[in-house]
Write a protein that binds this ligand. Sequence first.
Ligand code: SF4
Length: 66
Amino acid sequence: MLIKADPTACVGAGQCVLTEPTVFDQDEDGIVTLTTTHPEGPAAAAARTAVTLCPSGALSLVEHDT
Ligand code: SF4
């Protein structure tokens, strides 16, 4: 699973970081950054949840990135 984050769409709500801090972080302006683009195990499950929770639709995932 590949996680993608669009910094131009992010509104800095921080919901993703609260949901999975090992995958998502925020820069000094509050804009999302990714600690990893390929989370595994519990982090992958939580990242999947974060994608659904993001209020701005800035997060997306690709199930099979070959
Ligand atoms: S939840 Fe969405 S809007 Fe909020 S910081 Fe994360 S990517 Fe940005």
